[in-house]
Write a protein that binds this ligand. Structure first.
Ligand code: NAD
Ligand code: UD1
Length: 344
């Protein structure tokens, strides 16, 4: 049984599909603060399998203990947390509470229940402004906002937990820019309010919910002067988690191989795409133009960021397969069939 905190969210729901398709049993633990139970109904519709859903908050250790015991969990994938960079600057305590305290309570509950395997959602944001490209896992860590620092603190906590007990199995996955949706068009990203991220914003312009996109900065030192990122299809990302679980499980069988007991791995494609590249790919996917205007740089943004994905291949045997075209096609299928997200 795999226990998925935050499993109703954008990335978590896609992982649940892949887990169920691969034959795992799944329990989702989510407080639905940024998601809808409908996402999990759709996960079950896609896979034809049931999952167990527990409404609860990761800061509640007793609720976690009860849920872990009831579900007879073998491993945890921890997505639950808050993720809006701007909001983290105005509400830092909230971010440290949900993200750092939530993870502490989860680790304590796992200890009580003797569960020793965890995959954690970190972010490329822990690297801060890149000092070299592509970004390897040993790149210096220098997060620039409370959200990024909460991820960095959790990583440090996990490394300390591993040092205290090397029989624990930990995989820290640093995601680059997850986009796209499951190709059924039934689940996808459903941001509350005005989207902060590029692809959900473009999707809402494409479907007519917003008038035009602001391109934050056209004076970057990049080929077309707009920001460059490593966009990764959310289904590729989901498969990376399955590979991580498989590798952690195998390490469990070889108890004396401790070198990989706490792995930190980039999940990206290794390819950079500019804002204009994404707009053009989306225009092709939706069949009409996306109105946009140039606007000043967004504070805190960097020019270029993309992963070195070689370690992921070496250690997990995982490589992203899906193109920017597939990311935009699948995002558009989800958005055009669900113009208001999970809201009917
Ligand atoms: P999301 O907001 O869609 O999903 C997070 C889920 O966690 C939601 O279902 C929410 O209701 C739940 N949740 C939040 N706080 C909780 C708490 N205290 N207790 C229980 N449930 C709680 O976000 P996502 O995009 O699916 O991201 C999942 C994880 O991946 C997050 O930890 C995020 O920081 C990380 N991440 C996301 C991105 C991205 O671009 N989406 C990039 C890097 C890392
Ligand atoms: C943002 C977060 C980062 C997080 C990542 C997850 C910030 C500063 N950083 O990164 O911590 O890990 O999301 O996906 O918020 N853009 C526009 N117009 C828009 C939106 C975005 O031009 O309306 C541009 C941005 O300037 C950037 C690119 O699109 O060049 C991607 O932006 P976004 O999707 O927000 O991701 P990141 O900035 O990489």
């Amino acid at each position: 049984m795999i226990f998925v905190t935050g499993g109703a969210g954008y990335i978590g729901s896609h992982i649940c599909v892949e887990l169920l398709n691969a034959g795992y049993d799944v329990t989702v633990f989510d407080n639905f603060s940024n998601s809808s139970p409908e996402a999990l109904v759709r996960v079950q519709q896609i896979t034809g399998r049931n999952l167990q859903v527990i409404r609860g908050d990761c800061r509640d250790r007793d609720a976690l203990i009860t849920a872990l015991q009831q579900s007879q969990t073998n491993a945890v994938i921890h997505f639950a947390g808050l993720k809006a960079v701007g909001e983290s600057v105005s509400k830092p305590l909230n971010y440290y509470d949900h993200n750092v305290v939530g993870t502490l309570r989860l680790l304590e509950a796992m200890q009580v229940c003797h569960i020793r395997t965890i995959v954690f959602s970190s972010s490329a944001t822990v690297y801060g402004d890149p000092v070299h490209l592509p970004i390897t896992e040993d790149h210096p860590l220098s997060p620039t906002n409370p959200y990024g620092r909460s991820k960095w603190m959790i990583e440090e906590i996990l490394r300390d937990v591993y040092r205290s007990d090397p029989s624990i199995r930990i995989c820290i996955l640093r995601y680059f820019n997850p986009v796209g949706a499951h190709d059924s068009g039934l689940i996808g990203e459903d941001p509350q309010g005005i989207p902060n991220n590029l692809v959900p914003f473009i999707a809402q312009v494409a479907v007519g919910r917003r008038e035009r996109l602001n391109i934050w900065g056209n004076d970057y030192p990049t080929p077309d002067r707009t920001g460059v990122r490593d966009y990764i299809h959310v289904v590729d990302l989901a498969i990376g988690h399955l590979q991580a679980l498989a590798v952690l499980k195998n390490i469990d069988h070889e108890r004396n191989d401790q070198s990989f007991g706490c792995m930190t791995v980039n999940l990206g494609t290794g390819q950079g795409h500019s804002v204009l590249d994404v707009i053009h790919a989306y225009e092709k996917a939706c069949g009409h133009s996306i109105p946009y205007q140039m606007a000043p740089r967004r504070s805190g943004d960097i020019a270029v960021c993309y992963a070195d994905p070689q370690f992921a291949y070496k250690i997990l045997g995982w490589k992203a397969q899906l193109s920017l075209e597939a990311m935009c096609r699948d995002s558009w299928r989800w958005q055009s069939r669900n113009p208001n997200g999970y809201q009917k």
